[in-house]
Design a protein around this ligand. Structure first.
Ligand SMILES: *Cc1c(COP(=O)(O)O)cnc(C)c1O
Length: 222
């Protein structure tokens, strides 16, 4: 099991480097967020031991249970929250995560801003965009992103680093990746988090600065 994960991680890292070269980008320009949600510490260890330090989790409680011990053992870990955030978890999220990729409404922006001030912390922040305008999905509608970014800055005092999206599941993702990259560009944001196990190479071609890869590294989730 651990050796399988080590081999899968090496394959993904190589595929990422190859995709960067094909896209005329430097491998170091694209961060690999290894998404360890649902997987126990024993599954994460081989990836930490391979020297990887950038990880994503989608639940505050789960991350809180798993990560403090690992971050104490492996200095330099950068932990990203990639799942939905409730305002009553904002304090824990700001305390634990180095980046929150799922700022998706004013209430969350305000709660995170208040906690950042209170705790004197400054996690990197991303606005989640509902890039396919799907009714069931979280995120700011594409047409409302520019105005939301202005409110984040002017009303909430938040410094937003970039945009994040999860495109519709059953359609080719490339047009959605291009659309997110375009919204980021016109707002002067250089961080774009998009692409998962099935499509991270296409996301890199479209300009992703972060890809979030879970099952291709850790295997299927139970
Ligand atoms: C689970 C998850 C991922 C990783 O998905 P895989 O298909 O396992 O690579 C990426 N982003 C988000 C927001 C997720 O919830």
């Amino acid at each position: 099991m651990p050796t399988e994960i080590t081999a899968a991680y090496a394959r993904v890292a190589q595929a990422l480097a190859d995709a960067c070269l094909r896209a005329g980008r430097k491998p170091g320009d694209v961060g690999l967020v290894a998404v360890s949600k649902t997987h126990p510490a024993e599954a994460i260890l081989p990836v930490l031991e391979a020297g990887h330090r950038l990880f994503g989790e989608n639940r505050v409680q789960e991350a809180k249970a798993k990560w403090p011990e690992l971050t104490a053992r492996f200095p330099g870990v950068e932990l990203h929250l990639i799942g939905p955030l409730q305002s009553n978890k904002a304090a824990e999220a700001v305390a634990l995560f180095d980046a929150i990729e799922t700022i998706d409404r004013d209430k969350i922006a305000a709660a995170v801003a208040a906690e950042c001030r209170k705790q004197g912390r400054k996690p990197k922040l991303f606005v989640q965009v509902n890039i396919g305008a799907e009714p069931q999905k979280a995120g700011i509608a594409p047409a409302e992103v520019d105005a939301f970014l202005i409110r984040c800055r002017n009303e909430h005092g938040l410094d937003i680093s970039g945009l994040m999206c999860i495109p519709p599941a059953d359609e080719p993702p490339r047009p959605y990746f291009d659309a997110l990259a375009k919204i980021a560009r016109r707002n002067g944001l250089d961080q774009v988090s998009m692409g998962m196990s099935q499509d991270f190479e296409e996301a890199i071609a479209a300009g992703a600065s972060l890809v979030r890869v879970g099952s291709a590294i850790f295997g299927a989730r139970g």
